[in-house]
Write a protein that binds this ligand. Sequence first.
Ligand SMILES: C[S@@+](CC[C@H](N)C(=O)[O-])C[C@H]1O[C@@H](n2cnc3c(N)ncnc32)[C@H](O)[C@@H]1O
Length: 220
Amino acid sequence: MQIVRGKKLEKAADGEFRQLAQESSRVVVDVGTGDARASYRIAKENPDWLVVGVDPAWQRMTQTSIRSRRKPAKGGVPNLLLVNSSIESAPEELAGAADELLVLMPWGKLLHGLVRGDEDIWTGLRTVAKPGAPLTATVGTSIWREPVPRDIQGLPELTDAYVEDVLTAKALAAGWRITGFRLTPAEEAAAVSSSWARRLDAASTEVIATLTAVTAEPAE
Ligand SMILES: C[S@@+](CC[C@H](N)C(=O)[O-])C[C@H]1O[C@@H](n2cnc3c(N)ncnc32)[C@H](O)[C@@H]1O
């Protein structure tokens, strides 16, 4: 598995991840971590946990990696691991490792796959999860308001009806039981804060869709 260490990308030592996971009380995987600031905050607030940020755009994680590698008194966070990967091809060390998964304000393939219920994205998330692991995903709904970005045109909007009529069955086929769907103003949704959610705080008209799920046996 490729780990971001400072400005470099390095191959993890054999067994490195397993040992870190064994030493921690909980493994949280933040999928599409972006600049990894949310992962950093969670790791800092929960020193007994291992927080794993996963994103294929590894250069965006370097500043947070540099900060996390300082001495703890200077902001260092030894329980943060930043992995260069997309979720649909996650390294095998991560298989079955996550006690909890987060997908906060995704874009690109992660956003499209999450919303459409694409098998590769939902199966990728499932592969990383431990049995019974919860998933929380947030999406800012302004992407579906005019002017709709070109990339979003044709992407179904996350609504109660869409989640119930379409997404629930697709998620279940990939081993996820959807447990909740809420539309809330940005400041209320900031409980699961991320850099993107924070950036949106100023625009208080933003409504955040929060989808929760838990692993389930795939549907027959
Ligand atoms: C808006 S950014 C930031 C997200 C970050 N969670 C936050 O809230 O600040 C979305 C991220 O999703 C990542 N992403 C897109 N497709 C992905 C995939 N298939 N697997 C993992 N990450 C993906 C992008 O590289 C990008 O960094």
